[in-house]
Design a protein around this ligand. Sequence first.
Ligand SMILES: [Zn+2]
Ligand SMILES: [Zn+2]
Length: 95
Amino acid sequence: MPYYRTSFGMVHMRGSKLPDPCGARVLIAGHEQICMVASDYLCDGQAPTGQSKTCDTPLCKAHARQIGRNQHLCPSCFLQHRDADPQRSLFTSLV
Ligand SMILES: [Zn+2]
Ligand SMILES: [Zn+2]
């Protein structure tokens, strides 16, 4: 039963088939906090340790960075992806 951030404030949702709250870090009133909006996506980025697993950070619509068909990255993976592959246009990879 996760907590979600909504326009009404934090809401405790009941139910079993609920998405995880978004794990992106955001600045709210000058403090770094976890976004916690109900997520629609999971990050497909490489786990930071270099394992074959993916990052799997839950992401809301506002924080999922689409890099391809059904591929989304969290903000930190997106930065790494962009730094690691500077030649590739982010706009053409969206097609
Ligand atoms: Zn978010
Ligand atoms: Zn990620």
